[in-house]
Design a protein around this ligand. Structure first.
Ligand code: PLP
Length: 358
């Protein structure tokens, strides 16, 4: 590029609301990562940080659960589901579930073929009726036997299952001897949204296994797989090792988690992200041709808007996805999303809409 072209090129800077994976590590995670780096410690999870973080989860969930640390959400979900299923079993999930749409067949692969049976449901939620219909559709030996219900909390479209939803699902699960798995990619956001404790939103409502995302909550990487029914955790460490998910220096996965747990940042981060999503939602009410697709109950906002309006936003540096959930433009807020950034987005949207004559 010539000197003149460089000087006259429009200055755009990327502005990241495409995913909560775009944000960095929160200070608490960084602090504990640095603390874990001061002295050497034992490998493969036998270190003091991993013990403390596991105990931290037991305190948070108010129960004696089994805790494992893995690198990412696909591994957490795939390995957790594999531990609940035989190869001839099936997992009932929403048709938009990440395990169905975005894990490259990982759950089927790690369970040696357990089939995912998808169910439709409004606002990203499966219903007891949908589960019942799927379980009772066939009872013969030619059909993969339903064994697990998998729920995403918060859902792929930014809504949540409340306690009544969860209890009703547990009831149908009990009737049909189904385990309940929760993909908690945004579990902290759901706790913040519903203002209920982690215990209430999991084992007290009938969840057997939770995959709790740290990455989306302020860590650089790392998810916790938490078994509330400890019998289901039998040999899980072997699954982790075989799948390449046993971190040798596990303290670098677990210490940042301890930072989130000991400081309460897991909840303040989630509350902040939710508040930013709400700010965005509230700021869009008077823009023609920009229509919310779902209630904003967690940290993401899904919008329908014309293609030229989307292009107008991209032109000034906004990043967002349009292929997630039921489509539409998805903005996701994180622990470090600022009110100023949200206000800038709202202003840019209004400017683009005016320019395009909407
Ligand atoms: C609902 C849901 N589950 C799980 C994941 C975890 O995916 P990954 O394997 O990329 O960490 C994500 C990440 O976007 C997600 O949105």
């Amino acid at each position: 590029m010539s000197q003149t072209a460089q000087q006259t090129a429009p200055v755009t800077r990327a502005r990241y609301l495409a995913s909560d994976n775009t944000s960095g590590l929160c200070p608490e995670a960084m602090d504990y990562l640095a603390r874990a780096n001061v002295a050497d410690d034992l490998a493969y999870g036998n270190d003091a940080w991993t013990t403390a973080a596991s105990d931290g989860f037991r305190d948070l969930f108010e129960t004696d659960c089994e805790v494992f640390f893995v690198f990412n959400g696909t591994a957490a979900n795939s390995l957790a589901l594999a531990s609940l299923c035989q190869s001839y079993h099936s997992v009932i999930c929403h048709e938009l579930a990440h395990i169905e749409t975005d894990e490259c067949g990982g759950p089927e692969f790690f369970s040696n073929g357990s089939k995912l049976l998808t169910v439709a449901g409004d606002n990203g939620r499966i219903t007891p009726e949908g589960i019942e219909a799927t379980v009772t559709k066939r009872g013969d030996i030619h059909y993969p036997r339903p064994k697990v219900v998998s729920l995403t909390q918060a859902t792929e479209v930014g809504t949540v299952y409340d306690l009544a939803d969860l209890r009703a699902i547990r009831e149908v699960a009990d009737r049909h001897d189904l385990r309940v798995h929760m993909d908690g990619a945004r579990f902290a956001n759901a706790c913040a949204s519903l203002e209920v404790s982690p215990a209430e939103l999991t084992w007290r409502a009938g969840v057997d296994v939770l995959c709790f995302s740290g990455t989306k909550n302020g860590l650089g990487f790392g998810e916790a797989v938490i078994f509330f029914d400890k019998r289901l955790a039998l040999d899980f460490e072997y699954r982790c090792k075989q799948a390449g998910q046993l971190a040798s220096k596990m303290r670098y996965l677990s210490a940042p988690w301890l930072g989130l747990l000991e400081t309460g940042a897991w909840l303040t981060n989630a509350r902040h992200a939710n508040a930013m999503a709400q700010r965005l939602s509230d700021g869009l009410t008077d823009i023609d041709h920009v229509t919310p697709m779902f209630d904003t109950q967690a940290n993401s906002v899904f919008l329908q808007m014309p293609a030229d309006l989307q292009a107008g936003l991209r032109d000034v540096g906004w990043t967002f996805y349009t292929f997630i959930g039921e489509g539409g433009v998805r903005f996701v807020c994180s622990w470090n999303t600022t009110p100023e950034l949200i206000d800038e987005l709202i202003a840019n949207l209004k400017q683009a809409a005016t320019r395009l004559g909407y």
